[in-house]
Design a protein around this ligand. Structure first.
Ligand code: ATP
Length: 303
């Protein structure tokens, strides 16, 4: 798999505080990668380090196959980022803000600024100063600024913080559109798990400065399917029974089986015992992404 961003044992220490602690992340090309972690987990610090705003204490990071901030100017032209809040001049119009960004990254203003604004859904804002924009409009302008120079990797730190439901939907649709139509890869940090799950194709769960799990949307959905997990003494007979009764299942490990079809538990117990198959453990697994995350953070990747 081709990764736009990859780190190896990346560390960032503030005195004795290990904010990034042997962190390994892999962001595939074309992905919308949701970086999920609670307050203080290290999300912003990671983003600051990979954007070249802070030096790592140890370890390596590689963006577009360039290591540890080498060729930073080349890398900066290929990535756009909004870290914490977008850098916007409130006393200027949207177009004036875009022109400033061209100066900052040292590119000539040869683009159609109106087209860029229209890409992020900002139309007819010619004369309006940014201070009169809604929070959602400011956030979309932030994304337009990050898109100056046509980057193919956008890094958004908590992009929906403080937005109302309408603003959240607009940002979500914009992210999906830019990913699908412009092929832009995203790294989005958030602690709004539900919201991220509406856009993310991949997830990285960060806790205490470490990525404790990376998983694709497809695999996560599989793991979050409501199911009953049973431990049996005779897998062969159990499988026979499940197949005869057209019950959907997967074998997790040696003697543990996950059952996905709705079933009557006492019928299952009786049916299996008739085949000399005894259930020694049975529990229902919660289906929500939230509970998967809580289990993970609790150190129990029980899937
Ligand atoms: P949040 O969701 O609250 O923004 P986060 O996951 O983005 O959290 P960071 O902002 O990366 O977390 O902070 C992680 C830890 O690093 C926190 O304990 C914070 O206090 C500490 N930290 C961040 N920057 C510095 C700094 N410049 N000096 C000392 N400690 C810092």
């Amino acid at each position: 798999m081709e990764y736009i961003l990859e780190t190896q044992n990346l560390c960032k220490y503030y005195k004795k505080n290990k904010v990034l602690n042997d962190l390994n992340i892999h962001v595939p090309k074309g992905a919308i990668y949701g970086l999920i972690g609670k307050n203080g987990a290290g999300k912003t610090t990671l983003i600051r380090v990979i954007c070249g705003l802070q030096r790592p204490s140890k370890g390596n990071y590689c963006i577009y196959e360039t290591e540890n901030g080498k060729k930073i100017n080349y890398v900066r032209k290929r990535i756009g980022a909004i870290i914490e809040t977008p850098s916007i001049y409130f006393d200027m119009t949207a177009e004036e803000n875009l022109k400033e960004q061209y100066k900052v990254i040292g590119l000539p203003i040869d683009d159609n600024l109106k087209e860029l604004l229209s890409t992020v859904g900002l139309k007819n804002v010619d004369k309006k100063k940014v201070k009169d924009f809604s929070l959602g409009m400011k956030q979309r302008l932030g994304i337009a600024i990050a898109l100056v120079g046509h980057p193919d990797f956008l890094i958004l730190d908590e992009p929906i913080n403080g937005l109302d439901p309408e603003g959240i939907i607009e940002i979500r649709e914009l992210i999906l559109k830019l990913n699908k139509e412009n092929g832009i890869t995203f790294l989005i940090s958030s602690h709004y798990l539900d919201e991220l799950s509406k856009v993310a194709t991949h997830y990285g769960f960060i806790n205490k400065g470490k990525i404790i799990k990376e998983i694709s949307k497809k695999d996560l959905e599989e793991k979050c399917k409501r199911r009953i997990e049973i431990k049996v003494n005779n897998v062969q007979e159990c499988v026979k029974y499940l197949e005869e009764n057209k019950i959907e299942y997967t074998i997790k490990e040696d003697n543990i089986i996950n059952i996905y079809s709705p079933i009557n538990i006492s019928e299952l117990v009786i049916g299996l015992s008739k085949k000399n198959c005894i259930i020694s453990d049975l529990h229902e697994k919660d289906a929500s992404l939230e509970s998967y995350y809580i289990n993970l953070i609790g150190g129990d990747d029980n899937v």
